[in-house]
Design a protein around this ligand. Structure first.
Ligand SMILES: Nc1ncnc2c1ncn2[C@@H]1O[C@H](COP(=O)(O)OP(=O)(O)OP(=O)(O)O)[C@@H](O)[C@H]1O
Ligand SMILES: [Mg+2]
Length: 333
């Protein structure tokens, strides 16, 4: 994948400004954006513009770690550390030493791994499983997710302390539909490549092609655009782009929410209720009553809300935003 970012001086200009600000530092970066919006492209751009550019960039898919292997994945293991550990294996941190560790889909990180990860981030040292030596690490973290991490923190599925650690410098990628000015350049880039991949010359979208592409909302963002153009090139036998057919094709389907993968993700109704109330309180700066209070947001009576909060052990003061106006609307205590 190239580090060349299309739209860097147009729709992604504000994003690239943030990239250039943070790249030379060692601060952790959190890249947020919808699926296919280019999070990995941005993560690699940060690495390429950092003082670590000549070091490794190691991408790990946080959703794909079997929980029994977490320690070994992160820290590596010594030979014979456990059954099956036939050789010494370096973990993510050691492999990324002197470079960048790209934690992709960080929202999918299992709870146990979140704890471990936080520890390494705080101490900058690791010990291999079955090893006795403490190894100092020099690793820059770039994390990415399409999930709403703040909500996950409020719901208790993502550790708050880890979130603070990772969210020092968030970079939010706009969806393609919100930066359609980049569409012609992206389409030209993908058409050129699609034509060549099919063994012919690079293809060029016509103005009519661009118009057609502009009429679509791109739920799958840049990745979907690349796929549509590739399909169009195949349908046109590598000689032209058949975009109308490519867009109408059977495979263009908005992605659905990721399914709940296992029963561990299901919390009790009380926990879910508590998380929901906390989100409402956070959104309203801790205010309960009044037109801008959490009770109104939740569609219940303020007395009912207070009673529920007491029952669920929710402290409203934790959510109080000192800048929120109308202190008289705060609950009496
Ligand atoms: N600004 C861009 N310039 C050039 N290519 C891009 C750009 N943005 C995205 N792409 C291309 O679109 C595809 C999707 O990008 P990427 O993998 O970075 O998305 P993502 O946000 O990580 O997606 P997901 O959430 O599904 O992992 C890749 O093939 C990438 O090269
Ligand atoms: Mg990605």
């Amino acid at each position: 994948m190239s580090e060349f970012v299309i739209g860097a001086s147009a729709g992604l200009k504000p994003v690239m400004e943030r990239v250039l600000q943070v790249a030379p530092t060692d601060a952790p970066v959190l890249v947020l954006g919808e699926t296919g919006s280019g999070k990995e492209v941005i993560a690699r751009a940060i690495h390429a513009r950092s003082r670590r550019a000549h070091g490794p960039v190691v991408r790990v898919n946080c959703g794909a770690i079997p929980s029994e292997l977490i320690d070994s994945e992160l820290f590596g293991h010594e030979r014979g550390a456990f059954t099956g550990a036939v050789g010494t294996r370096k973990g993510w941190f050691e492999r990324a030493d002197g470079g960048t560790l790209f934690l992709d889909e960080v929202g999918e990180l299992p709870r146990a791994a979140q704890v471990r990860l936080l520890r390494v981030l705080q101490e900058s040292t690791i010990e291999r499983v079955g090893g006795h030596e403490t190894i100092r690490m020099d690793v820059r973290i770039v994390a990415a997710t399409h999930r709403h991490l703040e909500n996950m923190v409020a719901e208790g599925t993502f550790r708050e302390d880890l979130w603070y650690r990772l969210s020092v410098f968030p970079i939010r990628l706009p969806a393609l539909r919100d930066r359609m000015e980049d569409l012609p350049a992206l389409a030209a880039h993908f058409a050129e490549h699609a034509g060549k991949r099919l063994g012919g010359p690079g293809l060029t979208p016509t103005p009519a092609d661009i118009e057609l592409l502009r009429g679509y909302t791109w739920p799958g963002n840049v990745r979907e655009l690349a796929a549509v153009i590739e399909r169009g090139a195949i349908l046109g036998n590598g000689k032209r782009l058949e975009l109308a057919a490519a867009l109408g094709g059977p495979t263009v389907k908005p992605p659905s929410r990721p399914p709940i993968r296992d029963a561990d993700e299901i919390v009790t109704l009380d926990e879910a209720t508590a998380a929901h109330i906390r989100r409402a309180l956070a959104a309203r700066g801790g205010r309960i009553e009044g037109p801008y209070g959490a009770a109104r947001l939740l569609g219940i009576n303020p007395h009912t809300l207070r009673a529920r909060m007491r029952k669920l052990g929710i402290e409203w003061s934790r959510f109080r935003d000192p800048s929120a106006p109308e202190p008289s609307m705060q609950p009496n205590r």
